[in-house]
Design a protein around this ligand. Structure first.
Ligand code: AMP
Length: 213
């Protein structure tokens, strides 16, 4: 099973990705997490990606496609995978379909103002990248990661101005994927502006409709 989750920032891709990858027993591959790891490790790739990321822009297709193709060749991907936040451009989508082809693409749909509201409460673990929301999905103990303990932080690109830039980029670069995947008959919109549980139910229904449960 090869699934991709696309959607604007803070549409809940990471949260939904967790149960979907568990349900199908496939690895979750988040290009955002992979890129942040490169930045933290100060690799050559990280140096190239960092500026675009901080400004809310996309990292170049050449970098992302090379990184993603290498990851998908790894052993744990041989029976499928869940892509979280990728593809994000038509070039990435074409590279993926010529290499592999996806079975399902879910688009988590949330309005702009709801996204800006969500971002202001978003906190992440600087170590394991777990994502929380101070109101909708708070950690068990105040301000600390439930998984591994460190104090939670606000991601640099979660500032309102950068979020609005990321939304613009999403509309320009990622929206065209809707018709690309609709034509292939593997695409479903998932209403994602409600609670985590409601979004989960909507995603389950979409997966059922695509005949993949
Ligand atoms: P995310 O954690 O998925 O929201 O990604 C954070 C940032 O990483 C994005 O704003 C982009 O700068 C970069 N990024 C993540 N995935 C991609 C991708 N597939 N293509 C280009 N840039 C990406």
């Amino acid at each position: 099973m090869k699934i991709a989750l696309i959607g604007p920032p803070a549409s809940g891709k990471g949260t939904q990705a967790k149960w979907i990858s568990g349900k199908f027993g496939i690895p979750r591959i988040s290009t955002g997490n992979m890129l942040r790891k490169h930045v933290a490790d100060r690799t050559e790739l990280g140096m190239l990606a960092q500026e675009a990321m901080n400004q809310g822009k996309l990292v170049s297709d050449d970098i992302v496609i090379k990184m993603m193709e290498a990851r998908l060749r790894e052993e744990d991907c041989k029976d499928g995978y869940l892509l979280d936040g990728c593809p994000r451009t038509m070039r990435q989508a074409r590279a993926l379909s010529s290499a592999e082809g996806l079975d399902v693409v879910l688009y988590l749909e949330v309005g702009d103002e709801e996204i800006v509201k969500r971002m202001s409460g978003r906190r992440v673990c600087p170590n394991c990248e777990a994502v929380y929301h101070i109101i909708n999905d708070p950690p068990g103990s105040e301000d600390a990661c439930d998984e591994c303990g460190p104090e939670l932080i606000i991601r640099k690109d979660d500032k309102e101005e950068t979020v609005r830039k990321r939304l613009e980029v999403f509309k320009e670069e990622t929206s065209p994927l809707v018709s690309f995947y609709s034509e292939k008959g593997i695409f479903r919109r998932v209403e994602a502006s409600g609670s985590i549980e409601d979004t989960k139910k909507n995603a389950e229904r979409a997966l059922e409709q695509l005949g993949n449960l």
